[in-house]
Every structure is written in C-alpha cells, then in structure tokens.
Design a protein around this ligand. Structure first.
Ligand SMILES: [Zn+2]
Length: 354
C-alpha cells in the first residue's frame, strides 16, 4: 500500500487542506507509454504480464487509436481510414482484449480515446492531420501524461528511445512526450526513479537473422547485415533483460487479439514457433534515467526493472523532491537524433511493429 497525496477536499472551510489518502495501489508501479494499440503486446507484452502476475500495478498509456494501421481481416477492410474510418474505434476493443490476456487492468488513452490520431508512416500526408500525434503540442501532451504520473506515482516508466525504436513518427513522439512528462514530474518531485527504453540486443538480432537465412519466408531477406536495421543495441548498452518466458502464451494471446494488425500467419508467430518461449517471453531495455540496480546477467544486466528501488511507501508520499530521481544518465551517451526516413528494408523488417 502506498500513501499518495489526496485531493483538496471540496467544500471544506478555511484554507485548502491537503489530505493523505491510503490507496489500494501496490507498492511497485510500472507505467508504459506506447504509440498505438498492439505496440504494448509486441514490444513489452511479456514484461507487462510478468509484473501484473507478480502483483505490481501496471498502467498502460496508449497515445493514439492506430487509425492508419493496415487491416489484415478482409471482412473489416471497409473500416479503413480512407473508407469508413472506423479502425481506431475497432482497435479499442482489440486493445482491451490484449490487456485482458496480459492481466493488465489499468489502461488509458493519452487525453482520452481519440484525443490524438495515428500519424501514419513518416512523410505521409496523415502526418499533417489536425489531430496527428506527430504534430501534438509537446507540453500539452506531456501534461496529460503528467496527470497519470500524479495519480499512479510509478517508480518505473517504459517508453521508446529517441528514434521511437524504429523511426515511426508516433513512436518518436511518444518518446518525446514521455521524457518531457518525466521532466515535468521531476519539477514536482514525483518523477519515476527509472526510465527504460525498449531495445533489442544486436546478438539476439544476429541470431534471429542467421536462423532465417535458409527460410523461404525470411522477413530479413532484403537486409544484408544487422547494421542495416533501424534498431539493434550493442549488448553492453543493454541494461535489463526481463525473463517473462512463463508469460509467453499470454503475450501471444495478446498479439492475436490485435488481429487487424498481425495476420494469423505472421512471421512473428513463425519465429515464436521456432524459438518458443524465449522469443516471446524475453524482452530487453536500456536504462535512460536512474541508477542501475544490481544485475546478474552479462554486462551486469538487471533481471528486474525495479532493481535497486526501495518500494518503501514513505519515499513516495508528499511529493517532496527526490534528489535521486530525474537524473538523466543515458542522454549523454545516446543523444537525441533526427528521425531517419523510412526505407523499404526497414519496413520489411518491422512489418507488424507499427
Ligand atoms: Zn506502433
């Protein structure tokens, strides 16, 4: 149980009184900020299921409805943006089913469902839609996320790296909004102690690519080297390896809930069949903010995103500044960079990742 600052009592006489409310939130609270429905399942599904099953409070904030996604269910083809433009609403249901599969009960859309629209791929006319997330006012969007941070008081936040993991404008914007919200939360003394960015170790990518070399259905066929992929992090820069292999079935079920986005015969499931629980169940992160906790993996990889964090509720009450929070450590070694334009090979490798 955590002591969280309560709201000012309405109707109270005299000066406003700040009351402390004991909530039923668990001591460990994890906030994930994702761009579109399905990103949570593909990128962090096992981690979410792992912590939900372990009793942590897992909050998912999705920034758009994914209106510009593809539609892999023929019967639903007319929901497309260029036709009925109902895909976003439909995907709310897919996301709800995915969260149910992951055991995650706290899910919100940034600013409410439909506040921000899927911007489409980089350079598309949809980037300029009046509600495109790509064009969102940064402080306004970050302020909406800050409201969630105030309410939940997560110790750990997960989002993408400055390139949005692979360059999609909404993923880049999710990164910017999350990092700005962390900064704003720091000014209030409530910044999550750690911020992680999703990552894929180069060694894991190389193993996957070599496995597919002989396959007729090779998603990496257009790519000669791991260097040509828009993602892939040197192993010594990885900070955490979360082993959710016991949750691999939950992750696959969550991905299958996003049926409009991930075809039933997707290569993702083919890989899952070949690599089993390891492929679906293990997820990797870099540490962008905060001090690494103790880790026993290669290069000191942590096996717990909460490693080194004291979940003592006393440290979370009152909103007083925490000098250990909000200190960026990764920005120095991985500076913000401009988003690269997408290319065909990247698009091939990231099919199903939008
Ligand atoms: Zn996405």
């Amino acid at each position: 149980m955590a002591d969280l600052p309560g709201r000012v009592r309405p109707g109270a006489r005299g000066p406003p009184v700040r009351v402390t409310v004991v909530t039923t939130l668990p001591d460990r609270r994890l906030l994930l900020v994702h761009a579109h429905p399905d990103d949570e399942s593909i990128g962090t599904g096992s981690t979410m299921a792992h912590y939900a099953a372990a009793g942590a409070h897992v909050t998912l904030v999705t920034c758009t409805l994914g209106e510009e996604g593809e539609i892999h269910v023929p019967a639903l083809a007319q929901l497309a943006a260029a036709e009925a433009d109902q895909l976003g609403g439909f995907r709310i249901g897919e996301l709800a089913a995915a969260c149910a599969a992951l055991g995650v009960t706290d899910h919100r859309f940034l600013g409410g469902a439909g506040r921000y629209r899927d911007s489409g791929m980089m350079g598309m006319p949809t980037n300029g839609h009046p509600r495109a997330f790509w064009a969102a006012d940064l402080d306004e969007a970050a302020g909406l996320l800050l409201e969630v941070i105030r309410e939940i008081r997560p110790q750990v936040m997960v989002t993408y790296d400055p390139n949005g993991f692979y360059g999609h404008p909404d993923h880049i914007q999710a990164h910017r909004v999350a990092m700005r919200a962390h900064e704003l939360a720091g000014a209030e003394g409530i910044a999550p102690a750690k911020v992680y960015w999703t990552a894929m170790p180069r060694s894991v990518l190389e193993a996957g690519m070599s496995h597919f070399t002989e396959s007729a259905d090779n998603p990496f066929a257009a790519i000669d080297s791991v260097d040509d992929l828009p993602f892939g992090t040197p192993d010594d820069q990885i900070a955490a390896r979360i082993d959710g292999t016991d949750q691999h079935a939950a992750k696959e079920a969550a991905m299958r809930a996003h049926a409009t986005q991930i075809p039933a015969n997707s290569w993702l499931y083919a890989i899952a069949g070949n690599f089993g629980a390891e492929f679906m169940g293990v997820e990797y992160f870099t540490l962008a903010v905060g001090e690494p906790g103790p880790g026993d993996g290669p290069y000191g990889w942590e096996s717990d995103l909460f490693a080194g964090i004291d979940p003592d509720p006393a440290d979370l009450s009152g909103g007083r500044p925490d000098p250990s929070a909000g200190r960026p450590v990764a920005s120095a070694r991985r500076p913000e960079r401009d988003a690269p334009a997408g290319d065909a090979s990247a698009a091939t490798a990231t099919a199903g990742l939008r």
